[in-house]
Ligand binder design. Structure first.
Ligand SMILES: *Cc1c(COP(=O)(O)O)cnc(C)c1O
Length: 458
């Protein structure tokens, strides 16, 4: 494989702060061994999330200056609307301050008690907004997607047979919308094939159920289709994205991902009546329909970011840099979800630290060690985040114990990634020395954000 260079020059830089291992040991101890609670300034390479962490281009920054801050009818809104319409082909484009605001509006209208909303895998804010409305969020991921060690091209696909069965059992009248998340964030950033999108649409159409995309990473998904699915190699990413959206009746989007901005989102809809209801709710909770909780400058930056994210040199660099990190780790025997997804590498902490029982949170222990050893911040997606307890207080662990390394867009260079790989491999080589953890404080809900831990010394 020949070197793929970063498809940009650097015009503005942000220094990163170096700390010593001793300093990091103290800093981490002070926040109860939970890297979430560190000051970001004390992190050398921050791989906590790819959300809102993108580097904007000079043209996006120029757009920030150029933004039209008119309350109603802003020029920046019309530029934003035109760009989103070009990609999605949808009739109504409703700006929101981020993805979950679009979800909240949609599900407060379509959700409610007795309703069921299927998805390949619901992202946590999507699930939370559905459940908050009283409805049930159901995951219908295909079988390969559930096995970290199986390599397949489209591990984000929905199980269409299960969907059909589900519609028959639950009754189509109780399913107000079917979602499809591209790429499948909670399932390892794995892509969904065009064939699957088409088949999900057909199954829904038979019963008049609208199909919505959770489109946060639509460009990364389109690039995977171009590279992996028969018949798409010669199509442009824009054409593939347009075809993707052509099967959908609507979409929710967090612009903090594939629109390359730090804040923003939207809801796009074809149905007149539903769009009207969404706009009415938008005015109450977000703002007038030509700004929707954003400044004019934000809309300008989103419009520009959507043009840039469709550039195939960018996408080649993006997907390849994640894969590059994955390959280095696999080469050294580090167990990860295979193949690497579009925006992150997921380390399989169960196989990385087999000696630490799940009750002692191997994923969290590894996250701590990555910070202490290399100043790298990752996030545990395992027993701390999703663990439940039975009536006797025994942990019911989730199926997978993962540590996610999410790669911010256009932020780190190849040498940063080389450094990350080196440090992880060094940690892997001394994995026997890593100790488990016990919880000393936890909140009743979403404990991973604020929990505190102590090292277990045997
Ligand atoms: C980030 C994300 C969301 C929520 O978007 P926010 O902008 O964080 O509110 C929804 N779905 C998926 C798949 C996401 O990755």
């Amino acid at each position: 494989m020949k070197t793929i260079i970063e498809p940009f020059k650097i015009k503005s830089v942000e220094p990163i702060k170096f700390t010593t291992k001793e300093e990091r040991e103290k800093l981490l101890k002070d926040v109860g061994n939970n890297p979430f609670l560190l000051h970001a300034d004390d992190v050398l390479i921050d791989l906590l999330t790819d959300s809102g962490t993108s580097a904007m281009s000079s043209l996006q920054w120029a757009g920030i200056m150029n933004g039209d801050e008119s309350y109603a009818g802003s020029r920046s809104f019309y530029r934003f609307e035109k760009m989103v319409k070009k990609i999605t082909g949808m009739k109504y484009i409703i700006p929101t301050h981020q993805g979950r605001a679009a979800e909240r509006i949609l599900f407060s209208i379509l959700g409610g008690k007795g309703k069921y909303i299927p998805n390949n895998t619901h992202f946590d804010t999507t699930r939370a907004n559905i459940e908050f409305s009283g409805a049930e969020a159901v995951d219908l991921l295909n079988e390969e997607g559930k096995h970290p060690e199986i390599r397949a091209d489209f591990k984000g696909n929905m199980d269409v047979e299960k969907l059909k069965e589900f519609i028959k059992n639950i009754g189509h009248e109780n399913i107000p919308v079917c979602m499809l998340t591209i790429t499948n964030n909670s399932g390892g950033g794995q892509p969904v094939s065009m064939q699957n999108i088409r088949e999900v649409k057909e199954a829904c159409k038979q019963y008049n159920i609208p199909m919505f995309l959770d489109a946060c990473r639509f460009a990364e998904n389109a690039y995977f289709i171009k590279k992996r699915e028969k018949g798409y190699a010669d199509k442009s990413v824009l054409e593939i994205a347009q075809e993707t959206f052509s099967y959908a009746d609507g979409a929710t989007m967090s612009a903090k991902k594939d629109a390359l901005v730090n804040i923003g989102g939207f809801l796009s809809i074809n149905d007149d009546e539903l769009a009207q209801k969404c706009r009415n709710l938008l005015i109450v909770t977000e703002g007038f329909p030509t700004y929707g909780g954003l400044a004019g400058r934000d809309l300008e930056a989103v419009a520009q970011g959507l043009e840039e994210v469709l550039d195939e040199h960018y996408l080649q660099y993006r997907i390849r840099s994640v894969e590059y990190l994955g390959e280095k780790l696999i080469g050294a025997g580090v167990p990860i979800i295979e193949p690497p997804g579009g925006h992150a590498i997921y380390i399989d902490a169960k196989r990385f630290l087999p000696a630490i029982p799940l009750e002692q949170f191997p994923g969290q222990a590894l996250t701590c060690e990555l910070y202490i050893h290399g100043g790298i911040r990752a996030v545990e997606i395992g027993s701390v985040m999703f663990g439940k307890y039975d009536s006797e207080g025994n942990l019911i662990p989730p199926p997978m114990e993962l540590v996610r390394l999410a790669i911010p867009r256009r932020v780190y260079t190849q040498s940063h990634i080389d450094y990350v790989a080196e440090k992880i491999i060094e940690v892997y080589e001394k994995r026997e020395q890593i100790k488990g953890l016990k919880i000393t404080y936890q909140a009743p809900m979403l404990r991973h954000f604020t929990a505190k831990f102590e090292k277990i010394n045997d």
